[in-house]
Write a protein that binds this ligand. Structure first.
Ligand code: NDP
Ligand code: HSE
Length: 440
């Protein structure tokens, strides 16, 4: 893009759904402020949607509304493309072509960047046009900017946090209100938190996409998305919320990437989090990202992790950075994530070889010797019990719930012991739980 004659920046927006609508509204509110601040006019020249006749909750006066997605990548009246359609194939085609044609791109699409980041970031570098993605992780939290700029003097060794608002909202309401999973999920969809396909949220895929991006920034290495282990919420049983509470924990949807001596450990799972930590108080749609680094120990960035306005706030921040760069004739110097030349592809540790403490719960017949058998299996695998909680049988029932927390154990070993205990005569195998405990 030639910057010499530009006195106004023309924006093309793909997608006017939850996030796109808020972006249009924020820009309309801020047009004159931005013009005063940057001396450049920002105008929305075009938007592209699937259904051009649908009523939108934003003002599209003087904006060309079309349905031909790829037109944005070639349109003469578009300098910056904002991609907010989601999905992967169509968004990839749009972002790729826009960059090839020298248009700066802003996207909130973590799935796209987790799967095609290598190609798109190198294209952005080659063409000297930015590809910014603040909204792709943590909604409104400016975590990308913090990691790429504010922590430059540090070596990061771990990034962990709650980075899916839908799952946090679900677990918070299930724990606090005993709300039903399907009802809460429907609410998350109504509030605009959930992905178009909500299984991406509840199966941990969305968090894994975001974690791939955070890991790339933290360790400057390319992450093979298919090797990220992710567990969803399907195995959480209602009884567990009250039992873990008595043991001093809450259940949170955790995403963790850490550098260990064997390589990078990277996984997403619901985990027990101590009630004594900040994480345990991060509720509803709020996200938190904790970064552990050599110079400043750790920092926590907390804020709204999903929803139109919060996410649009991050999209607009990226746009403003681009506008500023265009105004200063320095577009090619806007940040692109770089890979460490010496170790471009991350060495990822096999999940079975990672170590965790585990919360295990079994529903067992209330008869002598059951607990002893369970303990002797654990002993055979060299697993110790750090905390034990046994509930009395409910009226009219002859089973008890036995919950325990283990020491640190290798995943592969723990799974073998867990399966042996579930096979014991008198253990209701279908009513048992295994939840990992979060610890750094
Ligand atoms: P929505 O489903 O609400 O909106 C998608 C928009 O894209 C709609 O306007 C739709 O048109 C349009 N669209 C979809 N496919 C096409 C296509 N092929 N051609 C033209 N237009 C198309 O999604 P969100 O706003 O919730 O999410 C957008 C992106 O932001 C996703 O990548 C998502 O992961 C990301 N994101 C979302 C957050 C949130 O809280 N919602 C938070 C952080 C990131 P139409 O309206 O006509 O159907
Ligand atoms: N579906 C995502 C979430 C949106 O619930 O966190 C924000 O990326």
């Amino acid at each position: 893009m030639s910057t010499q004659l530009i006195s106004s920046i023309r924006v093309g927006i793909a997608g006017v759904g939850t996030v796109g609508t808020s972006v249009v509204n924020i820009l309309r509110d801020k047009f004159s402020t931005f013009e005063q601040q940057f001396g450049v006019q920002i105008a929305i020249s075009r938007v592209v949607v699937r259904n051009i006749d649908a009523v939108r909750n934003c003002d599209l006066t003087d904006v060309v509304v079309g349905a031909e997605l790829m037109e944005l990548s070639t349109a003469e009246d578009v300098d910056v493309v904002i991609e907010l359609i989601g999905g992967v194939e169509e968004s990839l085609a749009l972002v790729r072509e826009s960059l090839r044609n020298g248009k700066a791109v802003v996207t909130a699409n973590k799935a796209l960047l987790a799967l095609h980041g290598d190609e798109l970031f190198s294209l952005s570098k080659e063409k000297g046009v930015p590809l910014l993605f603040e909204a792709a992780v943590g909604g409104g939290i400016p975590i990308i900017k913090v990691m790429r700029e504010s922590l430059a003097g540090n070596t990061i060794h771990c990034v962990a946090g709650i980075i899916n608002g839908t799952c946090n909202y679900l677990l918070t309401r299930m724990a606090n209100e005993g709300a039903k999973y399907q009802e809460v999920l429907a609410d998350a969809q109504k509030l605009g938190y959930a992905e178009a396909d909500p299984t991406f949220d509840v199966e941990g895929i969305d968090a894994a996409h975001k974690l791939a991006l955070l890991t790339r920034l933290a360790f400057q290495q390319s992450i093979d998305f298919s090797k990220i282990t992710h567990f969803g919420l399907a195995d959480i049983i209602t009884d567990d919320f009250s039992i873990v509470k008595k043991m001093g924990y809450v259940i949170k949807p955790m995403s963790i990437a850490k550098q260990s001596s064997k390589g990078i450990e990277i996984y997403v799972f619901p985990a027990l989090v101590s009630q004594a930590t900040l994480l345990s108080h991060v509720n509803d749609v709020t996200n938190v990202v904790q970064v552990f680094a050599d110079r400043l120990s750790s920092i926590n960035c907390v804020g709204p992790g999903a929803g139109g306005d919060a996410t649009a706030s991050a999209v607009v921040a990226d746009l403003v950075e681009i506008v500023h760069a265009i105004h200063n004739d320095s577009l090619s110097s806007v940040y692109t994530p770089q890979l460490d030349e010496r170790k471009q592809q991350a060495q990822m540790v096999d999940f079975e070889e990672t170590e965790h403490a585990y919360y295990l719960r079994f529903q067992m017949e209330d008869k002598p010797g059951m607990m002893k058998q369970c303990a002797s299996i654990l002993e055979r695998f060299d697993i110790s019990i750090e905390v034990l909680n046994q509930n009395e049988p409910k009226d009219g029932e002859n089973t008890v719930s036995v919950a325990l927390i283990t020491n640190n154990v290798r995943e592969r070993i723990l799974q073998q012991a867990f399966h042996e205990i579930k096979k014991l005569s008198g253990c209701c195998s279908e009513n048992s739980s295994l939840i990992r405990v979060f610890q750094i």
